[in-house]
Every structure is written in C-alpha cells, then in structure tokens.
Design a protein around this ligand. Structure first.
Ligand code: GSH
Length: 218
C-alpha cells in the first residue's frame, strides 16, 4: 500500500537545518519524486510543535502512507531501498559498505564541528576561533574525503553522487563559510557538490526564508 502513496518529507529551515538537508539533497539529486513541507524552528518554545508530526520531536520526518520515519539516515536508507534506480548507494557491495561507514561516521560523530560551526547557508564567509576538537574533526573529514576521492577518482566520494555525499553536504557549507580548510581536494569536492542543481535549489530557497535563528548565527 505504501508503494503508491507519495513521499512527504517534513523539514525545518533550509538555512539552518543540516539534518533536513541530507535526505532532501539525496532525494532531489537522486531524482526521487517527493513533496516537502517546511516547518520553521520555534526555539523559544523548544520546537514543541514538531511533536505534532515527529515522534522524536526532531526533523527530518518522512511520511509514506501510514508510515512515519524519523532519523535522517534511516530515511535515506528507506528511500534508497524504494528507489534502486536513483543509485543512492554504490552498486558494488564493498563500496556500499564503505559508503555506509563514512555516512555513519558523519551521523554519529564530529560533534565539536557541529556544535561550534552550525550550518548556515546564508552566512558571509569568515573564519572564527575554533577549538582543537573542531580542528581534529576537520582533519579527520579531510582524510575521509581524500581517501574516498582517491579510490573513486571523484568527482563525488564514491564516483557518482550517493547518500554519502548527501551526509557530508552540510560539512561542505561549514568548511566554506567558516573557512575551515584550504586543501585542494576539499575545494574540488566542494565545487562539485555545490554545482548540483539540487544544492542550488536548496540554497536559493534558504536565501528567500524570512526567519533568523539567533542561536545559530555564530
Ligand atoms: N539524529 C537526528 C538528528 C535530528 C535533529 O537534531 N534535528 C534538529 C534540526 S537539524 C531538530 O529537529 N532540532 C529540534 C529540537 O531538537 O528541538 C537525525 O539524524 O535526523
């Protein structure tokens, strides 16, 4: 029954919501049809309104018929399973294993980078003082990207665009707007990611949003 229902992705502000960006980019760049609803953050009220549709009180949420899914990576797995033609994971089982490893590393890690340098699509480029923990996160991500790009030949981590690239897309924004890396492979990879029509569509929409979340403006 779910197969015939439409995929409905509920997300928050495109300017700030990095976890929303990941499945949205995967679906949009993968050519998967879906409809979206943007529910803006309401930080003063601790986003209580998210509870109306999200069991975890967090976004993103995917609705598909009777199914409600939360957790960005679970959503991306589900969408990849439903849409094998989208190629959201590498075809080769070994490459797929690696793509999942780097995706999970992003999902469960890099907390210093995430906390100190929030995604902000509209932010004017400018360095800020960061902790050693952020510098360690940046170095680890530079290594992950270098190894993947060297093995695949690029332009994306596993050659063609995949869920792994969607997982790191908010990092592409952070590296740029906080001037966190000057490695040539980071520049080339960021350029390829930002050239995706889906990225540009998201960025344009983020610029048109009227909302400012002070806590996220670093
Ligand atoms: N592990 C979750 C994280 C989701 C998450 O933290 N989303 C943020 C927005 S980017 C949120 O909903 N924050 C609202 C809140 O915690 O009240 C995922 O991967 O989806």
């Amino acid at each position: 029954m779910n197969e015939s229902a439409d995929l409905h992705l509920i997300i928050a502000n495109k300017n700030y919501s990095s976890w929303s960006f990941r499945p949205w980019l995967a679906m949009a760049a993968g050519g998967v049809e879906f409809r979206e609803t943007v529910v803006p953050f309401d930080e003063p009220n601790h986003n209580q309104h998210f509870l109306e549709f999200s069991p975890s009180k967090k976004v993103p949420v995917l609705q598909h018929g009777d199914l409600t899914l939360w957790e960005s990576l679970a959503i991306m797995e589900y969408v990849a399973d439903l849409n094998p033609q989208a190629g959201l994971w590498p075809e080769d089982v070994v490459e797929r294993g690696k793509a999942r490893a780097v995706s999970h590393e992003m999902h469960g890690g890099f907390s210093a980078l995430r906390a100190e340098c929030p995604m902000n699509m509209r932010r004017k480029i400018g360095a800020i003082a960061v902790s050693d923990a952020v510098r360690a996160d940046v170095a680890r991500i530079e290594t992950v990207w270098a190894e993947c790009l060297e093995a695949s030949g690029g332009p994306f981590l596993f050659g063609q665009f995949s869920n792994a690239d969607a997982m790191y897309a908010p990092v592409v924004n952070r590296f740029e707007v906080y001037a966190l890396s000057s490695a040539p492979h980071v520049e080339a990879y960021s350029k390829a990611t930002k050239a995706l029509p889906a990225w540009q569509k998201w960025e344009e929409a983020s610029r048109a949003e009227p909302w400012v979340v002070e806590e996220e403006e670093v």
